[in-house]
Write a protein of this length. Sequence first.
Lengths: 177, 288
Amino acid sequence: VKTSIWLTVNARAHTVEVDTRTCLVDFLRDDLELTGVHVGCRTGNCGACTIIMGGQTVKSCVILAADAHGQDITTIEAMSTTLKDLHPIQQEFAAHQGLQCGYCTPAMILSVLQLLSTNPDPTDDEIRLGIAGNLCRCTGYHFIVDSIHAAARRLAGTRIDMTSIGATDNSTAVTQL
Amino acid sequence: MIAKDFQFYRPTQLSEALDLLGQDLGDVKVLAGGMSLVPAMNLGIVRPDAVISLNHVSSLDPVVHDRDQLRLGALVRHRRIETDRQIRAACPLLAEAAGLIADVQVRHRGTVGGSLVHADPAANYVPVMVALAARFRLMSRTGERWVDARNFFRGLLETDVEPEEILTDIVVPAQTTSQSSAYYRLARVHGNFAIVNAAAVVAHNAWARVVVGGATAKPIVVEERFGDYGGSSVQLIDHLGDAVYAACSEALEDLQGSAEYRRSMARVIARRTVAEALRRYDASRKKE
């Protein structure tokens, strides 16, 4: 069954017909080709499909595309366009080896953004709770925690607006790659 | 993509949703946050003919603190219950339990009403709502009725909600200054569903109530009066734990734990939770 929805994704408005059976993650990947949104478990456990909806991180594999009607969505693609303009969080993940295979990384980065938007100087425990919804099977998390501490130091004093992440001031970012 | 096709409805008024429920749409599921329903549909465990989403009904998410009670719309999301100062002040037990649900992403989307109606026996809200003596408002096309939390949970994923009804409001008495409370969950991994969980509410020197979830299909409620134990909290805790153990003769069993393990843990967790509630009361007195 088809149903019509309109929504905003990465500041672009869309009015589309979707199959009621389509989950938001598949709509973003297949229809909008935003393949930084990953499919992991389809049961809301692994967090690889994390996106920002209405200024909050959610898992797009357990939200029906038809139910995202009227929503304002941001994906990892809005954070940077090339290796040269990586967001400070992304840079610190690269610098501290906060990733190996990279499958969980786009979602992890968005969870870190969410965490730092409300808690700019988190402790180890607060970091681990903040990323509890994002499974990583490579790193064992230690380097991820290091990366997040480094990102927090970098972003100290910067206000993170979850509703317009593309607009983050990157002028202080030094490319470390 | 979900295997089985279904009709999707997105009402913006509660009356529209209730009208839809009154129609013959086949096997209908009411969708709130979807944190349990959508995974079940993805896995093909639940295969509805029609889904009615409540996410576009704006009248379902108010939070009203009215003197001695807190009123929550069924669509209030866990994250708000966890972080809203008004809710935490009026009902710290509810905020504590909400903050321990799954992970941040799930708490952003999952709703209090959805969790209650899904009625997983180990859900955080189940023992909490019973311990707080919450009341639920169920509405249908023909009217409304109120159900006490204690009578709401009927068994595994089974509640008192009739097919034509929607849970719309949750009313929780605010915690008084002579009361204290605690929530505790036993889980292998943080954020997983609990193996056993418990909520305790203690009225200083008057009574203590502990409700255990996850151990049995329906929550176990045990209440004792301090007067019956000469005011001794040690004896009272012992007795509450024993009563919980006795009530767990038909404990659930799965890969996370045998029936006997759950039964033993039910006693331990019940005792620990009541002790923590008592400790918090003493701590709050010292502060003043």
